[in-house]
Design a binder for this molecule. Structure first.
Ligand code: FES
Length: 121
């Protein structure tokens, strides 16, 4: 199979705009805990706020296992180094409003304190 003109679409050479990158695990154990539904909610909430691939927004990426499966579904936010366990649509909405829009980590959903943060979780 040879390459086609579509392989050279300029969009595939452009870095998407974003302030943060969000990685939601859709590995097997997180998927069993509802990660696919949470993915839909996350996308919908971000789109409603024009926060997908915008300068102040998010580059959203699905991943395979990020390892702490028992604490999942696992969602990580970089460069903020935040590791979250999110289980409900309401928790995803909080994450979007408070962290991805408001810039403040949702401390009670963190799996561990952010490195360098001296506040207890
Ligand atoms: S399957 Fe999601 S962290 Fe392992």
């Amino acid at each position: 199979m040879g390459s086609t003109e579509k392989d050279y679409d300029p969009a595939w050479s452009t870095l998407p705009e974003h302030a943060r990158q969000v990685f939601l695990c859709t590995g097997p154990r997180c998927t069993r805990k509802g990660a696919q539904q949470l993915w839909k909610t996350l996308r919908r909430e971000l789109l409603a706020r024009d926060l997908i691939e915008t300068p102040a927004g998010v580059l959203l990426t699905r991943t395979n296992c990020q390892f702490p499966c028992n604490l999942g579904p696992v969602l990580t936010v970089y460069p903020d180094r935040c590791w979250y366990g999110v289980r409900t649509d309401q928790q995803v909405q909080r994450l979007v409003v408070e962290h991805l829009s408001g810039g403040q980590p949702v401390v009670d959903l963190l799996l561990r304190p952010v490195a360098g943060d001296t506040t207890d979780v």
